[in-house]
Design a protein around this ligand. Structure first.
Ligand code: AMP
Ligand code: ZN
Length: 464
């Protein structure tokens, strides 16, 4: 039986879909705000989301999974303050908000592909659902949970018992003293949040509505879109832990206001990725992306493997040494897989059954990937080399998606003269510590279809 930890009830629960008859699971995942390149912290959360999908499928469920693209409304502070992240990025880069959205959407989708994060059944853009959001806001108002001020429409948190304490045990005094909430004398309660905002003249993104030219608050998009595609109550809602205290509390409040229901039965949250034991931040210049990892000659899938080294509900610490070790381990796992593929012996059927059970128990215990990976290793390390073990590894890799069948770095092949010349030039550049040149030559090799990996033995090439 699949057990999942629910932030709402603070316990692991047996999973049973609402639509048991058709075995379909409805999931909503908060997607990226496309104002910047997604970083590897974001990717930890989406690799988890993808793994959850694959665990559900492995258990025989069908999926109806919605992910959004936030291309409007997410302000620089989660609590209704600051500038719209999209507008700020557009202003800084002298582009339109739509160009910004397109550029960063394409960029994250490329990263998703490289990480074997498969497409969700629905991928929905906030700007395509403004009308749905407007209707949702009107419903909340009609039910008496929201009021109008000169700035827009606000959710009246005093109308909801337990506001802000559904998922997070938020202490209101603490929240308010944290100076996160702007003082606004028109608000009935300081923690009331914006649902629909009247656009000031200079505001770029705005839509004609029942209140004139307006734009939506950030939280309302997820409520409106999840309801549109999944109904008033669906099975699972996912996001990172930073969404618990504000975004998801507000999503719940909005849904109570509109439909009277908590919108999802299970709320799952991924702990943060840290860098060298601390926060990722622009000032520390450690906001790494998947491209940064590739520039070091490390495969994106080594990052996927690395994220499986900790349970999703614990912090994970990224260091360059750790990611390099992950690449080495993944290469070894693939090498062992290949040996089984070429093996002529018979595998032990009892052991295979046992391995399958252990794997299923691991993934079904709240997606315990460190334990699941340990099973892969035990199969890989079998002394008897057998195609049966290879087939087993391939089956288990449907969940882990590490391309265990992929060839490792090609070693003894003859490269074209042009490539050999670049490799020589790059070796000289690196010997002279001219890393700018070395990076430039890496890009040249990329154009020719090769990724270069720098190892102790020197440069190695891999076909892209
Ligand atoms: P955003 O675009 O800011 O809404 O973030 C997209 C997703 O990434 C959200 O689910 C966040 O909770 C998650 N996220 C942001 N930073 C991290 C991090 N350092 N580690 C893990 N997940 C993160
Ligand atoms: Zn959301």
């Amino acid at each position: 039986m699949l057990k999942l930890y629910n932030t709402l009830t603070k316990q692991k629960e047996d999973f049973k879909p609402i639509d048991e008859k058709n075995n379909v699971v409805g999931i909503y995942s908060c997607g990226l705000t496309v104002y910047n390149y997604a970083h590897i912290g974001n990717m930890r959360t989406y690799i988890f989301m993808d793994t959850l999908r694959k665990v559900l499928k492995y258990n025989g469920y069908k999926l109806k999974h919605v992910m959004n693209i936030t291309d409007v409304g997410h302000l620089t502070s989660d609590a209704d303050e600051g500038e719209d992240k999209m507008a700020k990025s557009a202003r800084e880069q002298h582009k339109t908000v739509y160009e910004i959205a397109k550029m960063y959407t394409e960029a994250y989708q490329k990263d998703f592909k490289k990480l074997n994060i498969e497409d969700t059944e629905y991928l929905v853009k906030a700007t395509d659902h403004i009308k749905d959001m407007e209707e949702y806001v009107k419903e909340i108002m009609a039910n008496g949970y929201a009021y109008e001020t000169s700035k827009g429409v606000y959710f009246d948190t005093s109308k909801m018992e337990n506001y802000g304490r559904m998922l997070s045990n938020n202490n209101m005094e603490e929240l308010l003293s944290g100076a996160r909430v702007e003082v606004d004398s028109e608000k009935r309660n300081p923690q009331d949040f914006a649902l629909w905002i009247k656009a000031p003249k200079e505001h770029i993104m705005k839509w004609d509505s029942f209140l004139g030219l307006c734009y939506p608050g950030w939280h309302i998009e997820c409520s409106a879109m999840s309801r549109k595609y999944l109904g008033d109550v669906f099975d699972i809602h996912t996001g990172g832990v930073d969404h618990i205290p504000i975004h998801h509390e507000n999503e719940i409040a909005q849904a109570i206001g509109a439909t009277g229901h908590i919108p999802a039965k299970i709320w799952m949250h991924v702990e943060f990725l840290q860098i060298n034991g601390g926060k990722m931040s622009k000032s520390l210049k450690n906001v790494y992306t998947i491209s940064d990892i590739e520039k070091e000659g490390i495969e994106p899938l080594a990052y996927r493997y690395f994220t499986f080294s900790a349970h999703y509900r614990t912090k994970l610490n990224f260091t360059w040494d750790a990611i390099k070790s992950a690449q080495v381990a993944l290469n070894r796992l693939r090498e062992a897989t290949k040996q089984h593929k070429n093996g002529a012996e018979k595998g032990d059927q009892n052991k295979i059954k046992e391995y399958k059970e252990r794997f299923l128990n691991a993934i079904n215990d709240d997606i315990n990937m460190p334990l699941a990976i340990a099973v892969l290793w035990d199969v890989a390390r079998e002394n008897v080399k057998s195609k049966d073990y290879y087939n087993l590894l391939m089956e288990l890799d449907k969940v882990t998606s590490l391309d265990l069948d992929k060839e490792n770095v090609e070693e003894e092949i003859e490269y074209p003269e042009e490539v050999k010349a670049i490799l020589e030039e790059r070796k000289n550049a690196r010997d002279n510590k001219n890393f700018a040149k070395s990076d430039e030559l890496r890009d040249k090799l990329k154009d020719l279809g090769y990724t270069v990996i720098d190892s102790k033995e020197g440069q190695k090439l891999k076909k892209i």
